[in-house]
Design a protein around this ligand. Sequence first.
Ligand SMILES: [Zn+2]
Length: 74
Amino acid sequence: METTVTAAELTRQDRCDRCGAQAFVRATLPTADGMELLFCGHHFRAHELKLVAAGAVVQDERHRLDEPSYSASV
Ligand SMILES: [Zn+2]
């Protein structure tokens, strides 16, 4: 099934840039190099307003926190 998501899904290897917890949100900044930032749910909430204000494209996969295969590792 086709989706509008162009970036790869986040994996267990993707870690929050701030604390090292598993990342569930990827924010791509509108810069020339398309800098990506990864956040856990906690730190995304802390930075969400600034990211949106900066025009970042947010890929939010926090719904996956509810999946047993992920919550078991948190
Ligand atoms: Zn974090």
